[in-house]
Design a protein around this ligand. Structure first.
Ligand code: COA
Length: 372
């Protein structure tokens, strides 16, 4: 068995962003138009009038202040309310692969690895823009890498599940260098017309290089352990898939985009994650108090604070559980990796940290690392 380590990470941030103020202004204009258009049905009780969203609610309920997106114009157009991402011909690099490649190049550069040293690529994300060929293989081709590549999806937990697959391959000697990418175009599977969730997501791509520790060229975080768990739940769901091409069969298409029971998710997932991390640390003979940093999935500020508080028995400091969701919103699988990417360079040799992601499934993954 070889020791696996994280040797580089990369982050692609879209150039466009939407503030809560801009989002709410567009949403409320959509509401005004809808209520005006359906005034008669609303008056007769056939339809319920839509309620306005508010910046105050969003910030208080989630901690999110803005989100990066690939196309703000389409999202903010009250007559459209979803991004305008034109389909590209097959000969052109697909948009998901494009953002993954950008993050991958940075991760490889940070690891001091050239593309021809990559043995395998895993694309781990919440949604693939097509069924096949695998997004990872398109990324492999665009980078000019050899070896193998495949896609996997465990929703918001995809990154930690992907790191475990990469680490296992490296540990077993099946690969020396594995690249894991998380392109997340959440704006395309979010219902921007639903005020319960229209503020939640943003777009981004992250990448992680996992390789044999003994061959690492620069700074590295040794992977002390990985642990995954899943428990079925319908509380976060997206039914879009190849079986629902006949729209009539479904009637209400609302379930073909992200939909959740946010309160239930909050109540059920927080204890599950805290317990998961605590027992994982215990199995490695480590205590939460000895952990320098928790790079948690970034879905909701209160959720992160609660999980860290359960682990530490006190409120975490911003250094102990860094928050990036104020700027990035929920970026699904990429959230904990953005936190790691932006907030890990200051750790000292020997410092221990935990990357943890959680979400639909339910699913939870933790990766315990030590700066070498
Ligand atoms: N603006 C103003 N009011 C809003 C609103 C908005 N955008 N959205 C909802 N409200 C209202 C609701 O209608 C509700 O009103 P009511 O009390 O009259 O019924 C009230 O605000 C509270 O709504 P609720 O949905 O219960 O809020 P919440 O405090 O649970 O926060 C979430 C909502 C989604 C932010 C929160 O539940 C959450 O983050 N959960 C975890 C989600 C998560 O991590 N999901 C993982 C996805 S990968």
């Amino acid at each position: 068995m070889f020791q696996a380590a994280i040797t580089g990470t990369g982050l692609f941030t879209p150039s466009q962003s939407i503030s809560n103020e801009e989002l709410v202004a567009s949403f409320n204009e959509y509401v005004r138009r809808y209520n005006e258009e359906h005034a008669a049905e609303i008056a007769s009780g056939e339809l319920v009038a839509l309620a306005e969203s508010s910046v105050e609610f969003i910030e208080k309920a989630s901690g999110i202040k803005q989100r990066y997106v690939l196309d703000r114009e389409g999202i903010l157009d009250p007559a459209r309310m979803y991004p305008r991402l034109e389909p590209r011909p097959n000969e052109e690099l697909s948009v998901m692969a494009e953002i993954a490649v950008a993050a991958a190049r940075e991760a490889l550069a940070r690891a001091g690895r050239s593309v021809d040293e990559v043995d395998g690529i895993i694309c781990a994300a919440s949604n693939m823009q097509r069924a096949y060929p695998a997004m990872a293989i398109e990324v492999q081709n665009a980078l000019g890498a050899k070896g193998w590549a495949f896609d996997m999806n465990v929703a918001c937990s995809s990154a930690t599940f992907g790191i475990e697959q990469a680490a296992n391959t490296v540990r077993a000697g099946g690969a020396k260098v594995v690249l894991m990418v998380n392109p997340e175009i959440c704006s395309a599977h979010l219902e921007w017309r639903d005020r319960d969730c229209h503020f939640i997501f943003g777009d981004v791509a992250t990448a992680v290089v996992v390789e044999r520790a003994d061959l690492a060229k620069g700074e590295r975080f040794d992977i002390l352990g990985t642990r995954l768990a899943t428990v079925f739940s319908n509380n976060i769901r997206n039914n879009k898939g190849f079986l629902n091409r006949c729209e009539d069969r479904w009637g209400d298409l609302r379930d073909q985009l992200f939909v959740q029971e946010g309160r239930k998710v909050f109540k059920e997932v927080c204890p599950m994650v805290a317990e998961h991390i605590a027992t994982h640390l215990q199995s490695l003979e480590l205590a939460p108090a000895g952990v320098k940093r928790f790079w948690l999935h970034q879905a909701n500020l209160a959720m992160n604070l609660l999980i860290a508080k359960r682990l530490l028995d006190r409120d975490p400091t911003p250094e102990e559980a860094p928050v990036i969701l104020d700027r990035y919103a929920n970026t699904s699988s990429a959230g904990s990796i953005i936190a790691f990417h932006l907030h890990s360079s200051d750790l000292a040799r020997g410092d221990v940290g935990v990357i943890s992601s959680f979400g639909a499934g339910y699913s939870v993954g933790s990766v315990v690392v030590r700066k070498a």
